[in-house]
Design a protein around this ligand. Sequence first.
Ligand code: M6R
Length: 602
Amino acid sequence: MCGIVGYVGKDNDGLKKLIDGLEKLEYRGYDSSGVAYFQNENIKIIKEKGKISNLYNEINFAEKTNLGIGHTRWATHGKADKENAHPHMIGKFAIVHNGIVENYTTLKKELMKKGYSFKSETDSEVICALLDYLYKKDNNILNCIEKLNEILKGSYALGILCSDEPNYLFAVKKNSPLIIGIGDDSNFIASDVPAILDKTKKYVVLEDGDYAKIKMDKLEIYNNGKIKKYDVKDFGFDSKMIDKQGYEHFMLKEIYEQPEVFRKTTNPYLETGFDSLFNKMPDFSKYRKIRIIACGSAMHAGLVGKQMLERFANVKTEVETASEFRYNKLFLEPDELVIVVSQSGETADTLEALKIAKKNGNDTLGIINEKGSTIAREAKIVLYTEAGKEVAVATTKAYSAQVAMLSLIALNIANFNNFISKKEKVEILEDAKKLPNYMEGLLQKNEVYKEVANVIKDYNDVFFIGRGIDYALAMEGSLKLKEISYTHSEAYPAGELKHGTISLIEDKTPVIAITTDKNVASKTISNIKEVKSRGAEVIYITNSDYEDDTFYDKKIIIPKINDIFTPLLTVIPLQMIAYELAKIKGCNIDKPKNLAKSVTVE
Ligand code: M6R
């Protein structure tokens, strides 16, 4: 949430580098943005409300600078306006901040008594004043940052400029990600990889409590007052992976990448069939129960996973939203495996839930997309999804990679317990090979998705219904629709409508009904008939051959495949309908309003 970039180097095109970096980070927040940079030994600040293009228009790129920081904001404390935009500057310090300072109100009061006044409503400006106050008492910046670490509560990644130090960029990190990019005669700071990926491939990850003194040709990292050694790592991918490659939106490109993502995620485990699955997966035999904890779409992937784990592998599985799990009474049992699912590997609530499970003594497994992310480093075991960089705020390919990984876990446990016959194993392996082609077939049905989007575009409320695994998919379909097309929708277990919600069904109310789960298809069809007879416009997504065509208005057929893989097909029409509707409504598809790609605040 929010994006930070910083540059110190021999080249004087610092403003261009900062804006480039911010544009790549805009998916992390786009309420306002700003830069602070050295000009003739003075710090100059430019900031603007709204998108980075607004900031861009205010910048004179002829100005030369070789040291600066930039920020793109997702508002937490204070409105999304220019005053609250970062950088903030008080006295000799300009800072950019990601995270939330929990004790900022107390600190603000104390600092006001000491004569400080504030222009913004942010917690971040308080850090700036505190730094200035500490520096007036002890003229050593590193000592002051160390002191900040003792005083501040909450989460923060900071980029800092001090007008007394026109050659140095300072940074500090606690509970909010920050990396340092190592270039030739240049160094960078960034809250996330894309900001610097086209500038360098080498980077250092700051740990909690680390702070850094960075010059164009020198990096020193400290923790607890002592200088520390650090590892320089290499990004395993290049900047081409964050290019739209001719697609109109990143989201569309990412939807279309799903067949390849499925291959990349599952091939290593299925190389030699169930043997390689068994050899490459962790040992699950010691766990009696599984708890999946995640947020948003990752939690929805967990709900699909629950159905698979319970049905195929006969393991009791519970799914919890990380932000609820953290504050609920803890009922983790000793032989319970906690699986956290996260694309970014940085989601604050998921990370904290993981820490709780670890502290309780439970084994933890992370299903993570971003290599080396905080959650990946914290989890005992990590299974990486191979979705590659996902740029669109609305997740698509990372979600399906999560579902694919959960299906592999379910298959592995089922196989270990001899729940799958030889014949079925052969079929499953064949279906795994066929699946990408089936996905491609569904992606080609563009016209159908457009037609559906045109049907629902004039309605303010849409319902998604299904049972079992189809209900889990309905939840994801509904979230996608809300997130990018700003159309209100609700996902309901099909059998539950008549207990209240059916009163909202009127003439032409769009209902997207899913029946791919043959165990409950006939029951769901009865529920679809209930809404149809009350006037609903039914879009029916199914893999069944049920011949009655009186209860729907439009039908989308999903190819038949082993049940374990069906959700990976069903989700495609749901993603595409949301995409097409958002397009018709002229929404900002890759960067929906009020959202950010990784949610690093609780
Ligand atoms: O990075 P994570 O997978 O932990 O993110 C979890 C959710 O914030 C995320 O899935 C969110 O719901 C998506 N924007 C939905 O498309």
